[in-house]
Design a binder for this molecule. Structure first.
Ligand SMILES: C[S@@+](CC[C@H](N)C(=O)[O-])C[C@H]1O[C@@H](n2cnc3c(N)ncnc32)[C@H](O)[C@@H]1O
Length: 319
């Protein structure tokens, strides 16, 4: 067998002596056929060749960046259209106007002083949770006075990378460089922590409820409890066990705690708040760890709760 034809076929090369034709470059604008937009053709033609090239390059660049901006505008328009559709279908809660809201008078602090306890990915998660807290507060019928204290370098940078938080509405959030004991009266402070032996009953406008801005995947159990004890401030856990039996520890994420507080303020029912916020898959038994029955302890029959409306499967929601 003659190997030559086969080799030629494999390479797709031409077998005779003529070289393969070069692929033609797409014809781009050239100074000889260019029609300028910023000056007359006559003026353009009088320019030296170098100058012509410069004008041509500048105009081509401007046109491209205009096309790029048009594309961006179109993408934003499309995103707005999809958002409207989601709001209309109820998938996304409607953003409320401030005049539709009644301030609840409840004060909540997100204590962001834990940068040194988190890796980059966890800082990213906690910032994402913080954004969700702000968004939840903006959409709430009865928003809280939300305070963010001690936003440290890394979290500040990470938050700034993803959102222009300097434009967040002062009506829905306040930032403090100081720690919460320097902002509020010590006797009003209550640190919310899953490890506290004290159970929260209701919410008191005279108190300031602190949530630890931390994603630690259970690496630091009792961290916030010990912090509260060292600072000599009150602490309490949410009464989750009275209403739902969770498949794992009753430690939830920052945004989930926040959403529970907002839901409780709106409904006056812990049962509804827990069942609405805790993802279904994390609930082992809705009748409550405390004792059978089925109906929620607050008498709302709230095991009809939608169950995890804010099911946070993503890493941003990891506790
Ligand atoms: C992911 S947890 C951090 C857990 C951390 N090991 C600690 O010591 O708090 C984030 C924050 O949510 C709040 N939190 C989570 N589960 C809670 C519960 N069952 N009751 C009260 N607060 C809770 C606490 O403020 C906590 O600091």
């Amino acid at each position: 067998m003659d190997p030559e034809p086969a080799a030629a076929a494999v390479k797709g090369a031409t077998t005779d002596e003529e070289p393969a034709p070069k692929r033609a470059r797409p014809a781009g604008p050239s100074v000889d056929n260019f029609t300028p937009q910023t000056m007359s053709l006559e003026e353009f033609q009088k320019l030296p060749r170098r100058q012509k090239k410069k004008v041509m390059r500048q105009e081509t660049w401007d046109q491209r960046s205009e096309a790029f901006k048009d594309k961006q505008r179109e993408t934003r328009r499309e995103a707005r259209r999809r958002h409207k559709q989601r709001v209309a279908s109820g998938e996304t809660p409607r953003r409320r106007k401030p005049e539709e809201q009644t301030p609840s008078g409840i004060r909540v602090v997100l204590d962001m002083a834990f940068d040194d306890k988190m890796c980059d990915k966890e800082i990213k998660s906690v910032c994402s949770q913080l954004r969700r807290c702000y968004a939840t507060n903006r959409q709430a019928l009865r928003p809280v006075d939300l305070h963010i204290t001690k936003l440290h370098d890394q979290s500040r940078k990470r938050l700034g990378d993803t959102t222009d938080y300097s434009r967040w509405s002062a009506q829905h959030v306040a930032f403090h460089d100081a720690e919460y004991p320097d902002v509020f009266e010590k006797q009003d402070l209550v640190y919310l922590t899953a490890d506290s032996p004290n159970e929260l009953d209701g919410l008191d406008p005279g108190k300031v409820y602190i949530v630890g801005g931390l994603v630690d995947k259970n690496r630091y159990p009792r961290l916030t409890l010990e912090k509260a004890e060292q600072q000599g401030i009150a602490h309490a856990r949410l009464p989750i066990g009275q209403y739902v039996k969770m498949a794992s520890r009753k430690v939830v994420t920052v945004n989930q705690i926040f959403e529970m507080l907002i839901k409780f303020i709106e409904t006056d029912s812990w049962g509804t708040a827990f069942l609405d916020v805790i993802p279904q898959r994390k609930i082992r038994d809705k009748s409550g760890g405390g004792g059978g029955g089925g109906a929620a302890k607050d008498g709302t029959g709230s095991d009809t709760g939608s169950g995890g409306s804010s099911d946070n499967d993503s890493d941003e929601a990891a506790a």
